[in-house]
Design a protein around this ligand. Sequence first.
Ligand code: G3I
Ligand code: 9MR
Length: 581
Amino acid sequence: MKRLIALSIITILGSSFAFAQEHNPIKVNQVGYYPNQEKTAAVEKSAEAKKYTLTDANGKVVWKGKGTRKAVSHWSDKEREIVDFSSVTTPGEYTLTAGKLTQKVIIKAKALEDVAIAGMKAFYLQRTGEPILEQYAGKYARPAAHPDTCVYVHPAAATEARPAGFKLSSPGGWYDAGDFNKYIVNSAFSHGIMFAAYEMNPEYFNAMKLNIPESNNSTPDFLDENLVNLKWMLTMQDPNDGGLYHKLTTPNFEGFVMPATCKQQRYVTQKTTSAALDFAAIMAKASRIYGKFAEYKEFAAQALKQAEFAYKWAEKNPNVYYDQFGNNKKYQPQVNTGEYGDRRFDDEWFWASTELFLATQNMNYLQDVQKYTPKQFTIPTWGQVSGLGAYAWIAAGLKDDKAKMVLDMTGNELTKFADELLATVPTSCYNTPYGNVENNFHWGCLAESCCGQAIEMLYVYRITGNKKYLTAAIENADYVLGRNATGYCYVTGFGQTPTMHPHQRLSAADGIDDPLPGFLAGGPNPGQQDKNASLPEYPSNYPDESYLDHDGSYASNEIAINWNASLVALMGWLEAEVGPL
Ligand code: G3I
Ligand code: 9MR
């Protein structure tokens, strides 16, 4: 039996039931607070009390006080009260009491370590083309599937050297998300944000223990897990011209079945400028990171060579976007899977030229960097990667005159961006920089906006040394883990009221009640693009409550490698920063 209270049970497709969980009106980070950092709860109006107390495991009152402030939602008349018990710094399990209501509170060192590790281990569970073994995955073990050793070139990608129907081998890597396809743009971003955090905290990530098949070798598990998908990416380059196939996919999404039962033919599709440049960027970055280890030297050299080849292809093909709609009018079979569509490449040029300059010191790349330096900072996402370039400059911190201009520009912009976010906290219902404006809620928002903002603020903390930015980053982590409008802890397997029904074929079709652990849900999305007759109604249309914990809800409850990458980057960085303190 699923362990939570069932309120609505509606399904036509029969894949699973929808459970609206009963949530505690005292909203806290359900995973844990760091002893020496800020600790707040957000209390719904129904539970507001004149006085709040925190008692320890022996029933002793260790803190009592009033709420610090009330805040009204920006889009409904719902009111919440913020309660601040930061002065309690002794690790332990406590009870926060508001009148007749109570909520468990955990304070401990390394509070987010388990989430960081599970978030990274989730990539092992997404591996394709190899058996997932019980000794690493427990009950989530499954046989190998999707070998991808015989993939066809789709007519939209045909060239003289590799015509339509040409067979190639492109095995391994990670499933992209709830689906079973593999996409270059999203893969590159996923490594990009994880390596960004890695570059700022190499000791922490190098020491991460994941219990994966490579755990007994001499190299870091974190790099080994990333290498699995990077190696797949190398196979997606056409060795004849350097171009990158945009994705490896079935014509249509598979049903909600386990991978080993899938029979559809898989194809590599049209080459694109975004795939080539994102590939160039991440392979150049990987060449620097992996090149520091003797064991990876060969891979590092290969990665840089292929990166430069891809960049050359992009120079000759600077404006080729992925046109699924157009291709479907011209070619068979039609392809209806994820697009990762993007028609503007300035940001990809900036990121790729940055990483190639940092890897080679070749001044031609620096010219492109200067040409494409963005005027504004934006949080990096799969479709807007200039921020990954900015982060690479911060990490490199080059004092060289030519590079300094870019570094100053990106550094100043980052601080300005963070200050604007911080200004929203004093009137926030959840005491977070995230979630105070409607456009913070969209497909994949918990990663792209919530974790994304927090990662940005950690850079600013490193640049300025001002602790307010660290606090703000922790506040966004609290949001993901339960101090939010729905009361979900949005990481599977964590907290009292976790996401239970992610849109993930592996979780839905395996016959196991609990979803695969360590996955971050996309999150509240008022766009509700998945609304249809076979899906239960969303419980709310308010932006921050427009979330449906149902495995049919791909617009609010899918999981994805880029989102988990942001989760790992944030939780890992926080652990590196304050974990043991
Ligand atoms: O970025 C804008 C934001 O500025 C705006 O405020 C907001 C308001 O609606 O919209 C944001 O754009 C959304 C974008 O996601 C954010 O990245 C779009 O509306 C939304 O349509 C778009 O959805 C993408 C989705 O595919 C549909 O194309 C997701 O980013 C993307 O992660 C998702 O990717 C899919 C793959 O195609 C297939 N595999 C699963 C994967 C995850 O769902
Ligand atoms: O499972 C698919 C998911 O990975 C995608 O993000 C999403 C949007 O492209 O589409 C999902 O597949 C759905 C399809 O688009 C429409 N029919 C139902 C599919 C899910 O069962």
